[in-house]
Design a protein around this ligand. Structure first.
Ligand code: 6GU
Length: 256
């Protein structure tokens, strides 16, 4: 994937784009991360990128001309172009999967009060918010979107890690344990040490349901509950569910 990020502060993103998994993905040729400074496309003497809002109101808006030129140079129109802003559509895993299928992606980071609407209307394909809170910088939100997307590109991380994680089957991930099997007075759930793969799978599904029911019950409305999953869910609900899944964990301590 050819990723282009338009920002007034490329330095916020440059360390992220040249470290760790992103670095390896770039070395493998799976992704290129091009940081574009919008200010380079402001042709007046002071490289002015912002201006006051028509109609009045606090704060400044990003001017259309530099953005228009920067987006044009990045391949717009014709390239999937994501604008990150708190007033966008809520970003989720399905959108990340959709973006990950693109050969090229442009991400526009807003600053100040945002960007002139005509840029959104003419050049942006997706207006995306990462959650119901306000960040001071679109760059942080852009990093969240980039991270969620590029790890889904085939070859960046193992297929197995992707299929097991939260949201993969519409549920939150089950609790996990490593050695030692007994830590203080806390024991790893017995079934996980049993080597019985069917029993382990069933325990994990059940634990995922308990956790999803407690933390994100709305997710349960989007999954198929006709088969085994539904039956197990009804069992969990009949047992009273819990809003503190760790206290309902089928693990045990020396006290129980
Ligand atoms: Cl995409 N940008 C900013 N600045 N704040 C946000 C956001 C984006 N999503 C949620 N809050």
């Amino acid at each position: 994937m050819k990723l282009t990020v338009l920002t007034l502060f490329p330095e916020i993103l440059s360390a992220y784009c040249s470290a760790s998994i992103m670095k390896r993905a770039a070395e493998k040729g799976l992704i290129s991360c091009n940081l574009v400074n919008i200010r380079d496309y402001a042709y007046d003497r002071h490289h002015k990128c912002d201006d006051e809002v028509f109609g009045g109101g606090a704060g400044m808006l990003m001017k259309p001309e530099p953005l228009d030129r920067a987006l044009e140079a990045a391949g717009s129109p014709g390239v999937r172009t994501v604008y990150v802003t708190p007033s966008g559509r809520l970003f989720n895993q399905a959108m990340a999967e959709d973006f990950a299928r693109e050969p090229e992606l442009v991400i526009l980071c807003g600053r100040y009060e945002g960007v002139d609407q005509r840029i959104i209307d003419s050049r942006v394909t997706d207006v995306v918010s990462i959650g119901d809170y306000v960040l001071s910088s679109g760059e942080v939100a852009a990093m969240v979107v980039i991270d969620a997307v590029y790890r889904l590109i085939p070859g960046v991380i193992s297929q197995e890690s992707l299929s097991e994680e939260s949201f993969a089957g519409g549920l939150l991930e089950y609790p996990q344990y490593t050695r030692p099997a007994k830590y203080g007075n806390m024991h790893v759930p017995e079934v996980l040490l049993s080597g019985n793969h069917a029993a382990i799978a069933r325990w994990r599904l059940r634990a995922s349901l308990i956790k999803t029911l407690a933390y994100r019950p709305e997710l349960l409305q989007t999954i198929d509950l006709s088969g085994d999953v539904g039956r197990l869910l009804r069992e969990v609900i009949d047992e009273g569910g819990t809003n503190e899944p760790h206290t309902a964990d089928p693990g045990r301590t020396d006290k129980n």
